[in-house]
Ligand binder design. Structure first.
Ligand SMILES: Cc1cc2nc3c(=O)[nH]c(=O)nc-3n(C[C@H](O)[C@H](O)[C@H](O)COP(=O)(O)O)c2cc1C
Length: 312
């Protein structure tokens, strides 16, 4: 894999970024990815501010390579998180789910590289306007929250590429060397991978969550809760109950109470895989083992080189 604008921007060896993930990407996962030459990211979304600080401090002790943090901009105590980022001298911040205008310039004034995650051309242009250093464009096959428009990675990346002039990272449905190569062909300079790393040994998700994901096939996840905050989840019992609720034409308030963020912890972190909310991407159908980060990275890089040579 060659150096490019993304490896230069972050000071990393491979343009492979591990997406920030609630209940999944603590310092163990982030430092493991960074130690393998990618960019590991601590997901702040499920952490209390002081827990977040601890993870940053532990990450500094477990890797000497660059790492970043992911901050969903809707986080209630966002000011506290940003203070911690500045105090702890974090150098790379990925923001998502919110307005990039509010924090980008301030963070950059402390020498922090800021990347924003978007799911459409409209939001990519807004992020570029806000002055971010790079964009993650995420197709709707991705795990976690996503756009209502259901634009796939294959369609989104070339469209965003045409409109922006800052480095572009592709996310959604990428878990192999072939996927990375495809994203490059479509115009991305780097990839952000979530689901594959969620099912690694270093991920802090519960083992029952990881085992469930290895059993999933295509069609086993669905983008739902479009009225509130669209999110891709597994079609388990929790999802069946949601379908039954939809049939009653619930008000937004009723839907909101069923939405319940605590169910994410139940599903991902505590391993209640039927009763909890299980976020994962469509590419789960391709994931059939719980492997170490080093094995995942090695396999992806090997396949990337082999397929690239075959194409040449
Ligand atoms: C369990 C899970 C939790 C996630 N949590 C977040 C999050 O807190 N913030 C965020 O920006 N993206 C989040 N994502 C999205 C990932 O960072 C990444 O962009 C996405 O997983 C890429 O698509 P893929 O799953 O097909 O690899 C999450 C994804 C998963 C699977």
């Amino acid at each position: 894999m060659q150096n490019n604008s993304i490896t230069d921007l972050f000071g990393i060896q491979y343009s492979i970024i591990q997406g920030g993930m609630v209940w999944v990407s603590g310092y163990k996962l982030a430092s493991a990815v960074s130690n393998c030459g990618g960019l590991g990211i601590i997901g702040a979304g499920s952490m209390y501010p002081e827990v977040f600080r601890e993870h940053i401090q532990k990450c500094k002790k477990t890797t000497n390579n660059p790492f970043g943090v992911n901050i969903p901009l809707m986080y209630p105590a966002i000011d506290q998180l940003m203070e911690i980022v500045i105090e702890e001298n974090v150098k790379i911040v990925f923001t998502s789910a919110g307005n990039p205008n509010i924090w980008t310039a301030k963070l950059q004034s402390y020498g922090i590289t800021v990347v924003h995650v978007v799911s459409s051309i409209k939001f990519a242009l807004k992020a570029q306007q806000a002055g971010v250093n790079a964009i993650v464009a995420e197709g709707f096959e991705a795990g976690g929250h996503n756009g209502r428009e259901e634009t796939t990675t294959f369609a989104l990346i070339p469209m965003v590429k045409q409109k922006i002039n800052i480095p572009l990272i592709a996310a959604g449905g990428i878990a192999t060397g072939r996927g990375i190569l495809a994203a490059e062909v479509l115009g991305a300079e780097g990839v952000q991978i979530g689901s594959r790393f969620a099912v690694s040994q270093e991920s802090s998700a519960h083992i029952q969550y990881k085992k469930l994901i290895t059993r999933l096939q295509d069609g086993d996840t669905q983008l739902t809760f479009k009225e509130l905050a669209p999110v891709r989840i597994v079609k388990n019992q929790y999802y069946q109950k949601l379908l039954a609720l939809y049939k009653t034409h619930p008000s937004k308030e009723v839907l909101q109470s069923f939405y319940d963020e605590a169910k994410l912890k139940t599903g991902i972190f505590e391993g209640e895989v039927e009763d909890g909310k299980i976020e994962i991407g469509q590419i789960a159908g391709l994931i059939d083992s719980v492997a170490s980060v080093s094995k995942i990275m090695e396999d992806m890089l090997k396949e990337y080189q082999t397929v690239k040579q075959q194409l040449n």
